[in-house]
Design a protein around this ligand. Structure first.
Ligand SMILES: Nc1ncnc2c1ncn2[C@@H]1O[C@H](COP(=O)(O)OP(=O)(O)OP(=O)(O)O)[C@@H](O)[C@H]1O
Ligand SMILES: [Mg+2]
Length: 224
């Protein structure tokens, strides 16, 4: 990410929600984005996730310069390369848990999603729940299914915006541990927005947002 700027509105009412932010994330790293409410965390994540276009700046992911892609190519890139976990699981209730997890793979044109989706559901502790309809499981189970769904297309980068914001402390801890073990075991790269930095323990990188600006800290052991 190079010199990212996102301005909402114009003239006197203009808000520089993201104000000249540059950072890089290496493959396999776990990065947190922290900062007070309104500091620009979600705006930044939406830019990185190609859900919103920056006012200026450059984004390059996995060797692809995103700014040169048209809308269609951007969507294809997003479906293939990125995984998302949000504050609310938003599973489709007409589908089973397994079908929900297979969906992003099917949308990206991937074949045979069932095997890996089942494996992920096993890893998140939902082996016995995967053939249930998605509205027949608990909130914590739904959020763990959402983690599996975010990983289903083996994304280069997983982006999560307050993935534990809607969970009690026990379920929150289990979702945090889950994401960290996916990073350690699968080498999955994460960028996670959170208000609960301490729940995550040691991570590789912390991006501290303040009034749209980013102040970066790196864990000592992560400085390479
Ligand atoms: N669609 C929008 N239109 C106009 N202003 C916006 C829009 N979205 C966000 N903003 C403004 O941009 C700034 C950053 O908002 P953002 O949602 O990124 O904050 P945040 O750090 O994610 O906050 P929170 O912790 O409450 O989720 C805020 O001043 C917000 O009011
Ligand atoms: Mg936010």
């Amino acid at each position: 990410m190079e010199s990212l700027v996102k301005v909402y509105g114009r003239d006197e009412s203009a808000v520089r929600a993201v104000d000249d932010v540059s950072f890089r994330v290496n493959r396999g790293e776990f990065t947190l984005v922290v900062g007070s409410s309104g500091s620009g965390k979600s705006t930044l994540l939406n830019l990185v996730g190609l859900l919103d276009r920056p006012t200026s700046g450059r984004i390059s992911i996995d060797g692809t310069d995103i700014m040169h892609l048209n809308d269609g190519k951007t969507t294809t890139f997003r479906n293939r390369k990125l995984g998302f976990i949000f504050q609310f699981a938003n599973l489709l209730t007409d589908l089973t848990v397994l079908e929900n997890v297979m969906l992003p793979v099917q949308m990206a044109g991937g074949r045979d999603p069932r095997g890996y989706a089942s494996e992920l559901l096993g890893a998140v502790g939902l082996r016995d729940q995967m053939h249930k309809r998605a509205d027949r499981i608990s909130g914590g189970q739904a959020q763990r299914a959402a983690v599996a769904r975010g990983l289903a297309n083996r994304p280069s980068l997983v982006l999560a915006d307050e993935p534990t914001g809607n969970l009690d402390s026990i379920n929150s801890e289990s979702v945090v541990q889950l994401m960290k073990s996916m990073c350690e075991k699968l080498g999955q790269t994460f960028v996670v927005v959170t208000h609960d930095q301490q729940d995550f323990g040691n991570v590789d990188r912390i991006i501290n947002m303040r009034d749209g600006r980013a102040f970066q800290e790196m864990a000592p052991e992560a400085v390479r």
